[in-house]
Each structure stands twice: as structure tokens, then as C-alpha cells.
Design a protein around this ligand. Structure first.
Ligand code: TRP
Length: 334
């Protein structure tokens, strides 16, 4: 809580091309709930360097992501949209929290195991303590709620454990955050393997719709989407490909599943795939136009970046000073 408002914190990494899954599953949902909270939406670039990045590319993508937050409908005057690296408190609190986190706990993190397997040549300490930095992000702003996907649940659990451990020693310092359990966004699956989540790191570009894909590309990818030979557009367990397409269509058109089943009763997959492709293109076009427009206005974006970094810094410093005092660091002489 800050004042009488509940705080919501979330963040995304600026690595890889954002997909329709990130948009329908997360970003769009943030926009729907943002008004109810005091919000912080971070572009978590400190997390990004846990795997090797090209510096120019990282900078470009980070700015593109920040632009996208705004283009998606998060008003940057009301929502604190900022780069994690612009607020040094994240790294400072992460260090302190590292000293309250056990190796054994971090060893259990499934995402670490996955990433370590994937980047076997660069299993660095940052990758190992990634969840502690994430805990610092959340606790720094005394966040009450954190909207995250299933893959981040374990990180939210460890955040709560660290906060409770710290509070047990030093008193009520941190708000214990809850995962946001409202209406969650759609879980969008790969177009090539509907048992797998659509992922920005998928090597097959046909598996994902990127937010900046043009209409032709979008329609082509949907035409190639893996389905089945049931030849029926119904929402059921045995047809994960069709189910995914229905989910996407529903998310873009706001029709119900029943309406969609009725609309395409007796129709072929080709026709349905085309309709889904067009619905997605229609959904993404205004977003792409706003991105293009915002990107042209360098001064405006720079102003937002500066103001929001200052705002984030203000709240972050409050928590950080309290924590520093609790653990016994000397007070600053003014
Ligand atoms: N680890 C998150 C992800 O990859 C991103 C993230 C970093 C985050 N810090 C956060 C999400 C704090 C929520 C809250 O999706």
C-alpha cells in the first residue's frame, strides 16, 4: 500500500520479439486492471543481462518495449513506466536480499535449471540469483499484487518467503505480495505445437505472431497453423490447435466460445484460420500505428522516461533507506 492505494508491480524483459501471447496474455490484461492500483511497470533490463546481450540491440529493444507499454494503452502519466536500470535501488536491495536467501532455495528454481541447461556456456551468478532481483523489484515498491504467468509463480513464492523471513527478523518492513488472481489473460499457445506456450524465444518464426508482423505475415502464419483432421471447429480437449485458435479469436473479437462455434459450424479450417488471422491483424494494427507514432516523438518519450524514473526512484528510495537502517548501515549525514 502507498497511501490508501494498493500497489501493483509487474515487468517484462526486452529480449526477443514480443508475441501475441505476451500481448493477449499479459500486457492487455495490465491495461484492463491498471486503473484500480498505483502501478509500476518496469522494463527489466537488469534481468536481461543474465544471458549475453548485444548492447545496441538491448537498448533498442528496451525502448521498443517501453513504447509498447504506452501504445497498448497504459497512460504514462498515471502508470509508472520505467527502466529498471534507471533506479539503482533494485540492485542495492537485491544485494541485501541475497544475504537473506539460501542457496538451497535458489537451487530449487525450475527456471534456473531450464536456463542453465539452455545456456550451459554461461551459467553465471546473476542467472542463479535472478529470483532475488525479482524479489527486490517487487518489495522495493511494497507491491500488494503482481500479475504474472504460471512460469513465474515459483519466483513469486520465493519473494514472499524472503519478505516474510526479513520481516520476522526486523519487523514489518515489506508488504507481502500476492499473485494477481483476477481475470487472467488468455494463455496463447504456439501455432506450430499447440501443446507449448507461444514463446518469443521459439526458433521457428511460424510458431509465433510477433506484435509487429504485418497483415500478410499474420495471415500466412495462421494458414500454416497446426490443427488436426477432425474437421470441426469445436472447443475441446482433443483439439488443442483449434482450441488455441478459438482462444485467440475470442480474445480479439470479444465473442464467446459458443458464438464462435456457431459462427463456424459446418465451415472448413481454411475459412476459420483466415478469419482468425484477420481478427488478429485488426487487433494489432492500431497498436502498431501507435508504436510508429510514439517512436517518432523522441522528446515526448524521453520526458516520460525521465519523469517516471524519478517517480520510481522516489518510492524505491523510501523502502531502501528503511531496509538499510534495519540491517545496520550507518545513517547518512545530511
Ligand atoms: N521474470 C519475469 C519474466 O520473465 C520478469 C520480471 C522481472 C518480473 N521482475 C519482475 C515480473 C517483477 C513481475 C514482477 O516474466
Amino acid at each position: 500500500m502507498i497511501g490508501d492505494r494498493k500497489v501493483l508491480f509487474s515487468g517484462m524483459q526486452a529480449t526477443g520479439n514480443l508475441t501475441l501471447g505476451n500481448y493477449l496474455g499479459a500486457l492487455k490484461n495490465w491495461v484492463n486492471i491498471a486503473d484500480e492500483y498505483l502501478t509500476f511497470f518496469s522494463v527489466v533490463d537488469l534481468h536481461s543481462i543474465t544471458v549475453r546481450q548485444d548492447p545496441a540491440e538491448l537498448r533498442k529493444r528496451a525502448r521498443a518495449l517501453l513504447t509498447l507499454y504506452i501504445a497498448a494503452g497504459l497512460d504514462p502519466e498515471k502508470n509508472c513506466i520505467y527502466y529498471q536500470s534507471h533506479v539503482s535501488g533494485h540492485a542495492e536491495l537485491a544485494w541485501i536480499l541475497n544475504c537473506f536467501t539460501y542457496m538451497g532455495e535458489l537451487n530449487r528454481m525450475t527456471q534456473f535449471k531450464d536456463k542453465a541447461a539452455k545456456h550451459a556456456d554461461n551459467i553465471n551468478a546473476g542467472l542463479f540469483t535472478y529470483p532475488v532481483l525479482m524479489a527486490a523489484d517487487i518489495l522495493l515498491y511494497q507491491a500488494d499484487v503482481v500479475p504474472v504467468g504460471n512460469d513465474q509463480m515459483q519466483h513469486l513464492e520465493i519473494t514472499r518467503d524472503i519478505a516474510q523471513r526479513f520481516n520476522a527478523i526486523y519487523g514489518d518492513v515489506f508488504t507481502i505480495p500476492e499473485v494477481y488472481l483476477g481475470k487472467v489473460g488468455a494463455r496463447i499457445m504456439s501455432l506450430q505445437d499447440p501443446e507449448k506456450k507461444m514463446s518469443k524465444s521459439d526458433e521457428n518464426p511460424n510458431a509465433s505472431i510477433y506484435l509487429m508482423d504485418d497483415t500478410d505475415t499474420i495471415i500466412r502464419k495462421f494458414k500454416r497453423a497446426v490443427t488436426d483432421s477432425e474437421a470441426q471447429i469445436v472447443y475441446r480437449e482433443e483439439q488443442p490447435g483449434i482450441r488455441n485458435l478459438i482462444d485467440i479469436y475470442v480474445a480479439c473479437t470479444k465473442k464467446s466460445v459458443e458464438e464462435v462455434e456457431r459462427e463456424f459450424d459446418g465451415k472448413g479450417y481454411g475459412e476459420f484460420k483466415l478469419a482468425v488471422g484477420e481478427a488478429v491483424a485488426t487487433e494489432l494494427r492500431p497498436l502498431q500505428e501507435r508504436v510508429a507514432q510514439l517512436s517518432k516523438d523522441k522528446a515526448y518519450l524521453d520526458g516520460i522516461i525521465k519523469n517516471n524514473a524519478e517517480k520510481a526512484e522516489y518510492y524505491a528510495t523510501k523502502t531502501l533507506r528503511k531496509v538499510q537502517k534495519k540491517v545496520g548501515f550507518p545513517e547518512r549525514v545530511r
